[in-house]
Design a protein around this ligand. Sequence first.
Ligand SMILES: Nc1nc2c(c(=O)[nH]1)N[C@H]1C(S)=C(S)[C@@H](COP(=O)(O)OP(=O)(O)OC[C@H]3O[C@@H](n4cnc5c(N)ncnc54)[C@H](O)[C@@H]3O)O[C@H]1N2
Ligand code: MOO
Length: 409
Amino acid sequence: MRSVAEHLRAVLDTVRTAPPVRLPLPEALGLVLAEDLVARVDLPGFDNSAMDGYAVRAADVVAAAAGSPVTLPVVGEVAAGATADREVGPGEAVRIMTGAMMPPGADTVVKVEDTDGGTEQVRIDASAPAGLSVRPAGEDVRAGTVVLAAGTVLDARRLALAAATGYGVVPVHPRPRVAVVSTGAELVPPGEPLSPGQIHDSNSHMLAAAVVETGCTVARRVTVGDTVEEVLAVVEELAGDVDAIVTSGGVSMGAYDVVKEALRDRGVEFVQVAMQPGKPQGFGPVGERGVPLFGLPGNPVSSYVSFEVFVRPALRTMMGLQPATRPVLTARLTQALRSPAGRTQIARAVATRTATGWEADPVWGQASHFVADLSRANAFVVVPPDVTQVDAGADVELWLLGGDESRVG
Ligand SMILES: Nc1nc2c(c(=O)[nH]1)N[C@H]1C(S)=C(S)[C@@H](COP(=O)(O)OP(=O)(O)OC[C@H]3O[C@@H](n4cnc5c(N)ncnc54)[C@H](O)[C@@H]3O)O[C@H]1N2
Ligand code: MOO
């Protein structure tokens, strides 16, 4: 059997980061910048007011104070977006709004709260030293400097910087378009009635959601029956269209393990990985473009764990991200855990941060068909192959899965 690390290496050695494309900002969230972004403008772009108030000359209000105000004529107004073309001469004031350009001649802003708010003339009750409430051009960013380096992941804050410095379109590694294929004659779409022996297809929904959580696009979600012809036809079609294919089911030893039967002579390798769950794994390039295909086991928990351990790092690599994704912590196990000899166990657990560190409470159902217990978990406890028993209270390796902390029950 292959170790988890060996199989992951085989996967990561095959996948490649997609060549850059130019995408509009709304499509770039979570993507990796492929080139440095150089500021196209200064930030702020011009001297402007930080307050709603009056642009004046500091020398004219130096004596202003409560009880001894200074009154100045208001000779104009400048709103945000307008050009400040009226010079503020000695002894004059111009009404100004936050973000509006400082008019020539003025060197300070008195905020409206320190005045009577007048429109013809204004009574000023406080002094304002030169530069007060003025945001100088280029104070934040100078045009021509690198503001975001290639390799940066675009989040909300960085998208703001790209937008502010003049980029509506950015060079990024694109989101892989992924197809998710459920295989099995027993599968019925959720919501439809079940005949004896049938089950609802949950894997395609789980895997499609996991693809989206990884930052990729689900290009297709397909369910196919248990014939080699059907599987081949679907895979061939998808291989001409998408960037990666994730199948579930049909990879073990049964009479109808069609994914394996259909693809093993077509470049996909089917191996046993020394892990539980997730022992049977298929992986390899398909079609003329060598699209990576992941043949995951059908048991829902096995499928999910396989996605986390192999598919997510591969998709992230294709996006130019670091493959390792989940925070790895040390946690105290709340109950003893048995683990099979010679296999890495990826147990599902509820992780909680306590006053004395992280605690991991393994979910009750550790078999690979327990969908409900999988849904309760927010972490994996990873037990190495040479460990067969971990006692309550022992420290274990914990992978914190993403997601909302709110939970039912
Ligand atoms: N004789 C052996 N039998 C099995 C072995 C083995 O080594 N020898 N390995 C077991 C292990 S471990 C796993 S994991 C599974 C993998 O099975 P397959 O990938 O071939 O998956 P299927 O047989 O198609 O289905 C397994 C199980 O999962 C359910 N399933 C499948 N697809 C879905 C879906 N889309 N949504 C919900 N549930 C799904 C399916 O009904 C089966 O119950 O093989 C073991 N057997
Ligand atoms: O290895 Mo299977 O994936 O346990 O359930």
